[in-house]
Write a protein that binds this ligand. Structure first.
Ligand SMILES: [Zn+2]
Length: 92
């Protein structure tokens, strides 16, 4: 009798239909979960980098070399980035 072996985990099935169902339910879903995990990690990394960038901008903002106008512009940029960050964290 012919056997249908899963190429992912080696489990053996009697019918190709059963194998297909097994692959769909066991391995496809696991893959999606993995992908989501990677995306979440990437997003967390992006958020950390953005927080770092905000820190750099805040450091620049108190620099004595900047004019009042330049500090104001930096402040506006900072507010925008912080709003975007808050939005990103909310929608997670
Ligand atoms: Zn399998």
């Amino acid at each position: 009798m012919k056997e249908y072996k899963c190429k992912h985990c080696g489990e053996v099935f009697e019918k190709p239909l059963l194998l297909a169902r097994h692959v769909r339910s066991t391995h496809k879903r696991a893959k999606t979960r993995e992908k989501k995990g990677v995306e979440k990690e990437k997003q967390a990394d992006q958020i950390n980098k953005t927080i770092e960038a905000i820190g750099i901008l805040k450091g620049l903002q108190v620099s004595p070399n900047l004019s009042a106008e330049e500090k104001k512009i930096l402040g506006e940029v900072l507010t925008r980035i912080e709003e975007l960050l808050a939005y990103t964290q909310r929608s997670k």
